[in-house]
Design a protein around this ligand. Sequence first.
Ligand code: A3P
Length: 297
Amino acid sequence: MGEGENPSYLSDPWLGLHGWYLGTSTCNEWQRIQSFQARPDDLLICTYPKAGTTWIQEIVDMIQQDGDLEKCKRAPVHHRHPFIEWARPPQPSGVEQAEAMPSPRTLKTHLPVKLLPPSFWEQKCKFLYVARNAKDCMVSYYHFQRMSKVVPDPGPWHEYFEMFMAGKVGWGPWHDHVKGWWKVKDMHCVLFLFYEDMKKDPKCEIQKVAQFLGKNLDQELLEKIVYHTSFDVMKDNPMANRSGIPVSIMDQSISPFMRKGTVGDWKNHFTVAQNERFEDDYEKKMAGTNLTFCMEL
Ligand code: A3P
């Protein structure tokens, strides 16, 4: 997510829009976002929030810059790739930032398939989707909402758990998000990746990304990218860890942006009863899809 300086959009409430929830400031700019003009050589990084957006952004950038660390440090990662639905006036919006960017552009979105500006499909762009299991997304999102002041306060965990299950969080519901992107993956140029696979075998997943981008990585460059995009290195990288964002916007003493970066942290948060309720609900919502997730490594 982005950052801001104008206190008027602190705790920007989520608002319902066509069955989804988005920040009020994004809803206010909806017409401009919908009429966004994609270009045929755009690459769009798509994720549900907290699915590893920053991680894949850093990987993509390192591949595109042929592993040149200085070039990757040209700006904080959340400024390198315009976030198309980001709208927090008077800052330039994501649409404005993208419009000002020369081609070929790499852009970012959390939008579900149904809300994506139609020109992305018309222009036959490349989409790189990263999915993360719902339980870890929920936990990560909860901590993010605790520390970020531009999104609503999550309240206590047990209330947040219910809100997430009901899909009443920004860019929610998670289930429809992942199912929507999974469904279109074979109809469009979509590389669909899983956070859990990236943790298990980063080399293999980074190679897939490189191939998708039409780049050849030799062994040395591949290992360099694996190292520099590992959790521990990114956590210490000021261009990735959001340390430049003022504490009034993101209070990392509450929870760091680069928090744990693991698979299965949900086990430290879900009660047994919550897990049963979640599994029951999950089975119903995910019925009829062959999309499966790894919940622990
Ligand atoms: P946790 O809160 O579980 O630690 P996003 O960028 O979509 O907001 O996602 C943030 C989540 O991705 C956080 O998860 C963060 O720690 C994790 N993350 C970021 N970089 C990572 C990396 N290099 N390896 C593993 N996880 C990473």
